[in-house]
Ligand binder design. Structure first.
Ligand SMILES: [Cu+2]
Length: 512
């Protein structure tokens, strides 16, 4: 029998709601089963596995003594975060305990971490082969097993952590963020805020997942692992892009103790778990907007359609352009999805402006992931203390998008435009198709600035440097506008951040 593996299928064609065809994209056996994303059945087995390991006689009194009489299964729970591995035969998760003391669980799993952890090795599909290793208690270890940790506790060799008595009672529900009625109201806050409405109907049309709006046309889809996608994007009948899609949300955390959650996350993997959420009318979808169903999956199982994307026309309430008595308002169509991935809510949206510009936006809110901090061993080089035993560690969210541009066909090239400073002669000599026949003296300044454009023949990566601005463009070398310039689209990065880490193994190896 073939060993279990991972296969990806292409399903289409677009907007065909019936008679779809599935085509296998990757050959059997190419992707090792250990490379699959987060898996709920496996989580269930992990909980069962660790449950047995944690119910070691004596460990219970270690927990009670450390954490204000808390106990596992009562107000202590467990979390697992998968770690990146180089070897495909490995599948390792970091196990961490946390206090579960909020009625609604808000913030518990990401903020109330406890400093008891281990690694669980759970490669393959045979649970009997799984094992736990590297137990730590308040950054002391590693202990080979939970029994060894328990023995150290019994011998009195552990440096103990002791939460103050009454800690749990005092902190219960403190992370349930809601309006504080004891605070004074702000002036005029009792008056309803401004509202936009569509007086004479909508200016966009939705047919299945095909959306049209003032010359725009595209199709929306939701990939079960990677998230929202728009396909076949056309402006005034012309194809601009085949696909613009979220590929991954990568997080790198840098905790200062063994009590931490994820070290690295490819957050979109959580789509298979909690996944896409309904945009809420009045909060992130205007009441006049349309909410479309998406194909819902939960942990690989199809669970039928659920409301997952909001479409509406926004009043930008600013000028797209203006000059004296003339001008045009910046109205745009918004396609917005909400991804609630664990402690974060990501809002992914595309804006289609009437001037032919598309903006891809991604924002994050929710609860941050903390790490345990005892306040004794000042680990403030890793972040800021934000509570008792709690550090908000520095981390970053990197959003990767695939942008498959097709400007007037698929024969496209990548072009960059840079500026150089130099004297007049250097400027004219920079383009060997031209010769300068004028007199240098006609320029009041001899120093000038000139453009250099490059069309890349080979695939390459680009490093964005705000100190050396560059225009990135995808152009069609066979299509020119009436003034002779190549037709294309410019890619404008909005991020102002530079490279996040120089030598992080995850970034340098390029593996997950
Ligand atoms: Cu964050």
């Amino acid at each position: 029998m073939q060993p279990p593996d991972v296969i990806e299928y292409k399903v289409g064609p677009l907007n065909a709601l019936t008679n779809m065809v599935a085509e296998q994209l990757i050959k059997d056996g190419v992707i090792n089963i250990n490379r699959r994303p987060n898996d709920e059945m496996e989580n269930y087995e992990l909980f069962k596995f660790i449950n047995i390991t944690l119910h070691v006689p004596g460990l219970d009194s270690l927990l009670r003594e450390s954490f204000d009489s808390a106990s596992f299964g009562n107000n202590i729970s467990v979390m697992f975060y998968q770690l990146p591995t180089v070897n495909a035969n490995e599948r390792i998760s970091h196990m961490n305990l946390y206090l579960q003391i909020d009625d609604e669980g808000e913030g518990d799993a990401s903020l109330r971490l406890l400093p008891i952890s281990c690694f669980v090795h759970h490669a393959g599909t045979n649970v009997a082969n799984w094992k736990a290793s590297d137990w730590y208690y308040a950054s002391q270890g590693p202990f080979y097993s939970s029994e060894d940790l328990n023995d150290a506790y019994g011998l009195g060799t552990l440096r103990m952590v002791r939460y103050p008595k009454g800690y749990i009672k005092q902190h219960t529900n403190e992370f349930n963020v809601r309006k504080d009625d004891t605070m004074p109201e702000r002036d005029f806050s009792n008056i309803p805020p401004p509202r936009t409405y569509t007086e004479h109907g909508k200016r966009y049309k939705i047919n299945g997942y095909k959306i049209t709006y003032l010359g725009w046309q595209f199709e929306f889809s939701l990939h079960p692992v990677r998230g929202p996608v728009i396909y076949d994007i056309r402006f005034k009948e012309h194809r601009i892009a085949y696909e613009i899609s979220l590929q991954d949300i990568t997080l790198l955390y840098h905790p200062g103790s063994n009590g931490y959650g994820p070290l690295t996350l490819t957050d979109t993997a959580f789509l298979l778990g909690t996944g896409s959420r309904e945009p809420r009318p009045g909060l992130d979808c205007p009441k006049w907007g349309n909410i479309l169903d998406v194909n819902g999956t939960f942990q690989w199982y199809h669970v039928g359609p659920w409301a997952g994307v909001c479409v509406f026309e926004a009043d930008g309430q600013r000028a797209l352009w203006r000059h004296r008595a003339r001008g045009m308002v910046d109205y745009f169509l918004v396609v917005r999805t909400i991804l609630t991935l664990g402690n974060y809510d990501y809002v992914v949206e595309w804006e289609f402006h009437v001037d032919g510009r598309i903006e891809t936006m991604l924002t994050a809110s929710g609860y941050l992931f903390g790490s345990w901090d005892d306040g004794l061993y000042n680990s403030s080089m890793f972040g800021f203390r934000i509570g008792d035993f709690l550090l908000g560690p520095i981390h970053d969210h990197t959003y990767s998008f695939k942008v498959d541009i097709d400007v007037l066909g698929i024969q496209n090239s990548f072009q960059t435009l840079t500026w150089e400073a130099g004297d007049i002669n250097a400027a004219f000599q920079s383009d060997d198709r031209r010769t300068f026949s004028g007199n240098n003296n006609m320029f009041y300044f001899n120093q000038t600035r000139f453009i250099r454009d490059t069309i890349y023949q080979n695939e390459t990566s680009v490093v964005w440097n705000p100190h050396q601005p560059k225009y990135y463009m995808v152009v069609n070398e066979r299509e020119r506008n009436k003034w002779g310039s190549l037709r294309g689209y410019r890619i404008v990065p909005y991020s102002t951040e530079q490279e996040i880490l120089k030598d992080h193994p995850l970034l340098t190896r390029g593996i997950i």
